[in-house]
Design a protein around this ligand. Structure first.
Ligand SMILES: Nc1ncnc2c1ncn2[C@@H]1O[C@H](COP(=O)(O)OP(=O)(O)OP(=O)(O)O)[C@@H](O)[C@H]1O
Length: 362
């Protein structure tokens, strides 16, 4: 299953011209406020008819300006999850879910039990939305969308209204949704933590144009993506395997570049993880540093250097089999003679788990 989008549209001074492919998995649309993300979602949903282009889902033409084809919203078979759940307050969770099922085609059969189990909402069925936490409401809203058996799920900032604790509670359910269904998910978010954790494909949008699109790991480790991602949020990930739970509360990981120690992660020995390394939390040294408090030092080789307009520089490094980014000053990049091919050591100040169960193992 996949979604293909190519649209052009103008609203007065703002014009959008974007094209991308969203395969099965989570395709995150990431860009500044006003860059056009919601406009894309609206065009896919059928809430906006673009002036030209096409939208094709799984070979089915939803919109094509050349042939004047335009499938109305209610016939597109899409699930939509908004920032706030928009559940019916006077109906129980069970009745809200039944409302979703009402839109499913008759031949769809019942997927209800699986959806309820996957989202962990079985114990909530008799409650009304008023008696649910924000995270529980969003899980029910996702369940309601799924029960209509959509061909595509549109999620526009679905976690933005939740506090950090609720976000952390709901992310594993979104990961299950990504891993256990073959419905493509188009996901709009401002949060790099969410994007790093959920996205399999990443589309970076700036002022109505796609500046970079492709597999999330590739886009996140590309120095050219940094201006759009923002220097504070840019960062790549490393693949790791849980090697041991240490007695002092740390978890030991093995990566293809070497060992890492991180605050305890509740995961089995042998579980596969992706570890997020923010670019601004990487320090580079040409020699192996000694007497440092930092626990995580990996040997790496410079693969690219991007000198920005200001005093900063972004260095892309190959650490084992993965690419990571470091944000340092232009002055240090020149002083250390960091050029492609140079060997160095990456000192990682912070390391956090971005994805669990990477590659289906664990
Ligand atoms: N119906 C409309 N009429 C006129 N201008 C519009 C309309 N819809 C969107 N725009 C303009 O198009 C631009 C892109 O808006 P859009 O909502 O797609 O951005 P966004 O990336 O989703 O932003 P945010 O992250 O703030 O939601 C904005 O400048 C907005 O004002």
């Amino acid at each position: 299953m996949s979604l293909s989008v190519s649209i052009r549209h103008s609203f007065g001074a703002f014009s959008i011209d974007v094209g991308f492919e969203a395969p099965t998995g989570v395709t995150a649309l990431f860009g500044r406020s006003g860059s056009g993300k919601t406009t894309v979602i609206n065009a896919v949903a059928g809430l906006l008819r673009p002036q030209s282009g096409h939208v094709t889902l799984d070979g089915r033409v939803l919109f094509n300006s050349d042939t004047n084809a335009f499938t109305p919203v209610h016939r597109r078979r899409l699930g939509y999850v908004f920032q706030e759940g928009r559940l019916f307050p006077h109906l129980s969770v069970r009745q809200n879910l039944a409302y979703g099922r009402w839109f499913a085609p008759r031949e769809a059969g019942s997927a209800g039990d699986h959806v309820i189990e996957m989202l962990g909402i079985g114990a909530l069925l008799d409650r009304r939305p008023g008696a649910l936490s924000g995270g529980e409401k969003q899980r029910v809203a996702i369940g309601r969308a799924l029960l209509a058996r959509p061909k595509l799920l549109l999620m526009d900032e679905p976690l933005a209204a939740l506090d950090e604790e609720r976000k952390a509670e709901i992310l594993p359910y979104l990961e299950r949704l990504r891993d256990e269904t073959d419905i493509p998910i188009l996901y709009v978010s401002h949060s790099m933590v969410e994007v790093a954790r959920l996205a399999t494909t990443l589309v970076l949008i700036e002022a109505g144009h796609v500046v970079r699109a492709g597999p999330a790991a590739e886009v996140l480790s590309d120095p050219e993506s940094v201006p759009t991602l923002g220097v504070r949020t840019a960062g790549a990930s490393l693949h790791a395997i849980v090697a041991a739970q240490e007695e002092d509360g740390l978890t030991r990981l093995e990566t293809s570049a070497g060992r890492l120690l991180i605050p305890r992660v509740e995961a089995e020995i042998g579980a596969r993880l992706a570890i997020r390394i923010p670019a601004q939390d990487v320090i580079l040294s040409r020699t192996r540093p000694e007497g440092l408090s930092a626990l995580n030092i990996l040997p790496a080789k410079v693969t690219a250097v991007r000198l920005g307009e200001g005093p900063g520089a972004i260095v892309q490094l190959k650490a084992g089999d993965d690419l990571i980014l470091a944000r340092i000053t232009r002055r240090s990049a020149l002083a250390l003679e960091l050029a492609p091919g140079a060997d160095c050591f990456a000192i990682l100040k912070t390391v956090s788990v971005a994805q669990t169960n990477v590659g289906g193992a664990g």
